[in-house]
Ligand binder design. Structure first.
Ligand SMILES: *Cc1c(COP(=O)(O)O)cnc(C)c1O
Length: 376
């Protein structure tokens, strides 16, 4: 039987099990503990942020981030449209309303000019959003500087969703460290994983300490259990933080391996008519968390779905680019700004198997299956 090739699978290094064993030997099998503290410290060093709070998921981190910048019922929150639903779900948890912003073609991320115009219009109506969730999709940074400048001009805080972009750079710095709050994910399919987990970072210590407070059931300092706010059970387990510490040690290798996958795919496929790879924007280095390309059906001979199904037939998992959130049944009644670029990328875009543990043989199986689809 043919071995399936999956989109992105966990890839452990050599130290994770040692850290987990240490947690067992010291009986630190708890949410919080020394591995959690160390993971937060080491994560800060890696991305160049001052403070961090480790939590159960990227979604939990985003939920806390929204609360910490003061988003509440009835508020509007601007959010990238071309992203995973978890980027916007926490807006709705809080009873706030997402407004979806289209992508630009050079980064596939939030279009800075569209955002600027939308903020200007909202300012005139005295209806500014309470926050902007800026997503760095597929391991590539959005054009952060003009977005930051526009948001600062109108006093709107940015939450960076860097769930897919750990290890990327924007003008030499890590995404997640530019906005008021940044979040990362360690879900099983991400660039490094703790099986499930997330991180919230900020330059403002009051943000991360309030995040710790809310994530541990909002317990007031008192010997009895006293609560004056609604809390959450969102803290990361000490066992899983051990996995995270091991994974951080190999992050650079994982980024290099994913970038290499993309280079191999590009060398073999970029010359085919109708194929275009997701561009790497000039302002930074993308991790190529997933290698994405678009297929122009007339030039290539068949459309994206045809290629995806041919790959599935060969036991190869490939997926369409994110369906824009403004097209999702659950979000389609919310406002949006533009949307045509994201719709086109969804229509023609395909994500190829991209794990850091793929072999050359795996990559060539994918390449051969795509080449076979091309107009001959
Ligand atoms: C994975 C992901 C999340 C959610 O992270 P989890 O850890 O799975 O909760 C949020 N935003 C984006 C863009 C993601 O890819």
């Amino acid at each position: 039987m043919t071995k399936p090739i999956l989109l992105s699978t966990p890839h452990m290094g050599s130290r994770e099990l040692q850290f987990v064993t240490e947690a067992f030997e010291t009986n630190w099998i708890a949410p919080i503990g020394p591995h959690v503290d160390a993971f937060e410290r080491e994560f800060c060093q890696k991305v160049g942020s001052s403070h961090a709070t480790a939590v159960t998921s990227g979604t939990a981190a985003l939920h806390l981030a929204l609360k910490l910048v003061g988003v509440g019922a009835g508020d509007d929150v601007f959010c990238s449209s071309l992203t995973f639903s978890a980027s916007a779900n926490p807006i709705v948890y809080e009873g706030a309303k997402p407004v979806f912003i289209d992508s630009d073609r050079q980064s596939w991320n939030m279009d800075a000019k569209l955002l600027e115009t939308a903020l200007e219009q909202r300012a005139r109506l005295c209806k500014l959003p309470k926050a902007v969730i800026l997503v760095h999709i597929y391991g590539q940074c959005a054009d952060i500087d003009p977005i930051l400048a526009a948001c600062e001009h109108y006093g709107v805080p940015i939450i960076e969703d860097a769930a897919e972009a750990l290890g990327a750079t924007y003008k030499g710095r890590s995404p997640g460290t530019f906005g008021k709050v940044g979040i990362f994910s360690f879900n099983g399919n991400k660039i490094i994983t703790t099986s499930g987990g997330g991180m919230l970072v900020s330059e403002d210590a009051s943000i991360t300490s309030k995040a710790k407070f809310l994530a541990t059931q909002a317990r007031d300092p008192a010997p009895h259990y006293q609560h004056s706010e609604i809390g959450y059970n969102y803290r990361m387990s000490n066992v899983l933080a051990g996995i995270g510490r091991g994974q951080l040690l190999v992050l650079n290798d994982r980024v290099a391996a994913r970038r290499r996958n993309c280079e191999v795919y590009q060398q073999a496929l970029a010359h085919l008519p109708g194929i275009e790879f997701m561009p790497e924007a000039s302002w930074g280095t993308a991790t190529r968390w997933l290698t994405c390309l678009t297929i122009a059906p007339t030039a290539f001979g068949v459309d994206r779905e045809h290629v995806r199904l041919a790959l599935a037939e060969a036991q190869i998992e490939a997926r369409p680019v994110w369906k824009p959130l403004h097209m999702q049944p659950i979000f389609q009644n919310y406002d949006r700004v533009g949307g045509e670029v994201a719709e086109d990328l969804f229509d023609r875009g395909l994500c190829l198997p991209s794990g850091s543990n793929l072999s050359d043989e795996d990559l060539h199986r994918v390449i051969d299956a795509i080449v076979k689809c091309a107009r001959s």
